[in-house]
Design a protein around this ligand. Structure first.
Ligand code: HEM
Length: 225
């Protein structure tokens, strides 16, 4: 039996990230994917991918603003789950929707700009996924951080893709866009500095709860990066 040394937050993230996939497979097996199953799969995988992408981007600000360091440990898995659902979304489009008909795909990329935005965002995400290993981090050194800032470019392109793919703008799209704008604002050095000076008194207790540790005192200094 493999031994997992996950804390509470990591278990929560892994289980929570697999659930949308299990529900999708279950609904597919039990023929419960509406009258247009391909569109339903495309929409569900696309929505899950964008939500998980934004969740992974929210981890660092959670640490900066609230001093919740355990969120740093789940940033990478959340990003990888986002890439997983984005791949399912892409495969559905490529195989189920377009039957790998390359000329038809090229035509739709030209005619529908949101497909081009989605493809560009997807390629960036894939590049970042394959360079998120420890080996790549060591190899790229300081450049790794610079390259991985591209995740924000991908997120902006994919939020635009989301809006343009919709017939009617919905609450999810607006919520995702607002969260992304807030996350981008928090990246501004002055704003980041302002928040990192403040830390709520409850941060240590929440961190202990999330990691399952008992009454360990974590100093304010340690909680920050
Ligand atoms: C490989 C590139 C991609 C292609 C070709 C593509 C294609 C599509 C298509 C055709 C739709 C419309 C589905 C429909 O309503 O009929 C769509 C919607 C969507 N896509 Fe993509 N997509 C790509 C990448 C991505 C990525 C990487 C993400 C997120 C990380 C994403 C998120 C979404 C979302 C959120 C929707 C709207 C779902 C809804 O209607 O609620 N897409 N995409």
């Amino acid at each position: 039996m493999p031994k997992f040394k996950f804390n509470r937050l990591q278990w929560f993230v892994h289980i929570g990230s697999i659930i949308p996939f299990i529900i999708l497979v279950w609904d597919a097996i039990s023929n419960n994917l509406t009258v247009n199953p391909i569109q339903e799969i495309t929409q569900r995988t696309g929505r899950t991918a964008i939500i998980w992408l934004v969740l992974s981007l929210a981890c660092t600000p959670f640490n900066i603003i609230f001093g919740l360091k355990p969120f740093n440990q789940v940033r990478r898995p959340l990003g990888l789950y986002a890439a997983f659902y984005a791949s399912l979304h892409f495969i559905t489009f490529l195989v189920l929707d377009y039957g790998i008909n390359l000329s038809l795909i090229a035509q739709s990329v030209i005619e529908k700009p949101y497909i081009l935005l989605g493809t560009t965002g997807f390629l960036i995400l894939m590049g970042l996924t394959f360079t998120s290993t420890k080996k790549s981090m060591q190899k790229l050194g300081k450049k790794w951080n610079q390259i991985h800032r591209l995740v924000y470019v991908a997120a902006v392109l994919l939020v635009l893709h989301f809006f343009m793919a919709l017939k009617f703008i919905n609450t999810l799209a607006i919520t995702i866009a607002i969260i992304l704008v807030v996350l981008l604002i928090i990246r501004i050095p002055v704003v980041r500095k302002f928040f990192s000076k403040r830390q709520p008194y409850w941060a240590a207790s929440v961190n202990n709860f999330l990691t399952g540790r008992k009454k360990k005192i974590i100093t304010t200094q340690k909680l920050r990066n």
